[in-house]
Design a protein around this ligand. Sequence first.
Ligand SMILES: [Zn+2]
Length: 197
Amino acid sequence: MSGVKDYVNTRVESNREQIEHHVREILKLIGEDVEREGLLETPARVTRMYEEIFGGYEVDPRDVLGVTFDENHEELVIVKDIVYYSQCEHHMAPFFGKAHIGYIPSGKIAGLSKLARLVEAVTRRLQVQERITSQIADIIDEVLKPQGVMVVVEGEHLCMCARGVKKPGSKTVTSAVRGTFRSDAASRAEFLSLIKE
Ligand SMILES: [Zn+2]
């Protein structure tokens, strides 16, 4: 996501000491020696990582789209291969992949980098892939009021959660469809073929 400034979770920042303490306690409880060299800085590193990977809590995703008006463009707009990293809310384990967004505007459009920003705001939290997918679609639907929006999210889950044991490297694909994409199979097919190129 080049050009996109990371959100920082300032709540983590201000609770740093407590979070470090609890990470250290967990390390002890799993049988680790928290005094050994490799672990000395681990609680602080985990806490700094939380500032970044939970940065989405700092922002209302509805505020990031930066709407502009263009009455003339009513053709399909696609932004694909938006890389995201998120954390499964069931295990606090990472999942990551790519999001693809397509929408047909009706007067309002969003800057292309703002769609990446929206993905970041929604994914840098505890999440499940299905909700990421529907939230992106719903927020675009709500803010831009397009004729239609379609979102496809691919994810690899390190916890192998929610669907039983999966083979390493297998991908979960989720989609959300709103507006004209629901009734128009040709629009859906156009979007799906364009994100595969
Ligand atoms: Zn999980």
